[in-house]
Write a protein that binds this ligand. Structure first.
Ligand code: AMP
Ligand code: MG
Length: 288
């Protein structure tokens, strides 16, 4: 079986090149049928692990998704969590910040959406936009009314804020796993064209997406700096090849399963008092 987590984890030492990460799946990744079977197995296993997480109420899981447009964030989230009880999920898609959100620090709106113990939180985009789209379009910072002009340490300071924030969450029981869906420029073009040609996908198309596409190299530079600065043992990034959707989904699902298995959520152990309650309940029901 493929060791997805080891294969795609972004190293914690900060010394990697984005170019080393391939948008194409590894050659040995297997047939579509095999990947689909792999996904199905992980989807079932996630359901079981989520039940235990929920019953135990000791940890939360936060899954962060970041990518260029049309990399497949939405469909990956839809497929991977398709077997999980919706009551246990907290999903949020982060768009452009509102006026009020801009008046807060940049972590406030994500803090408000974090999963509580027992829940799985899914961030479709996240606080990482603050070091990606905002870094590429630095003029957006003007709307944030920051106390000091943007100096040379500005982005390093933001990375530090993010690392501190995530370490704090990790210490308090939130297990964090972050996915960068790595789509190639060629595959993005094909998928954006599909949005134009397929009436059911027209609604997804925004001309502005092409402006971001035109800044591809700037985005990739921002991604590289961000991945280097924020992939850490307490909140690892995984760089998932996104040009083959079957592979991407199987990899994401498997990594989530292994992350949860690592914490090993278990149904709470019964104490003597609870056992007595169960026994009393059985007696009463059977006596009816
Ligand atoms: P979509 O995910 O395609 O619905 O688009 C959401 C848009 O909101 C994207 O263009 C993001 O770049 C943008 N966005 C998300 N978070 C921020 C942020 N913190 N600052 C500026 N733009 C953002
Ligand atoms: Mg979009």
């Amino acid at each position: 079986m493929i060791d997805f987590p080891m294969r795609h984890r972004v190293p914690y030492d900060g010394g990697f090149q984005i170019a080393d990460f391939d948008p194409d799946p590894p050659k040995s990744s297997g047939s579509d049928a095999r990947l689909e079977a792999e996904l199905e197995k992980s989807v079932e296993r996630l359901d079981e692990l989520q039940r235990r997480l929920f019953a135990e109420e000791r940890h939360a899981l936060l899954a962060v998704f970041q990518a260029m447009d049309a990399a497949g964030k939405d469909s990956t989230i839809r497929k991977v969590f398709s077997g999980v009880n919706p009551a246990g999920l907290r999903v949020h898609a982060f768009g452009r910040p509102s006026e009020l959100e801009l008046r807060h620090d940049f972590l406030q709106r994500v803090t408000a959406r974090l999963p509580e113990r027992g829940k799985i939180g899914i961030f479709n985009r996240s606080h990482y936009e603050e070091v990606l789209v905002v870094r590429v379009h630095e003029e957006a910072l003007a709307a944030q009314n920051l106390p000091a002009p943007v100096g040379k340490d500005f982005w390093e300071d933001r990375f530090e804020s993010i690392r501190d924030f995530e370490r704090h969450l990790a210490r308090n029981g939130t297990v964090i796993v972050k996915f960068w869906l790595n789509v190639s420029r060629t595959a993005q073009k094909k998928r954006l064209l599909e949005r134009i040609e397929d009436p059911e996908k027209n609604w997804k198309f925004r001309l502005g997406d092409l402006d971001d596409r035109a800044r591809w190299n700037d985005y990739h530079a921002a991604y590289q700096a961000m991945l280097r600065a924020t992939s850490r043992s307490y909140a690892p990034w995984y760089a998932i090849p996104a040009d083959d959707k079957d592979y991407m989904r199987a990899a994401v699902a498997r990594i989530l399963v292994e992350t949860l298995e690592h914490i090993g959520p278990a149904y709470p152990k019964l104490g003597a008092a609870q056992r007595r309650e169960l026994e009393a309940g059985r007696k009463r029901l059977l006596a009816e």
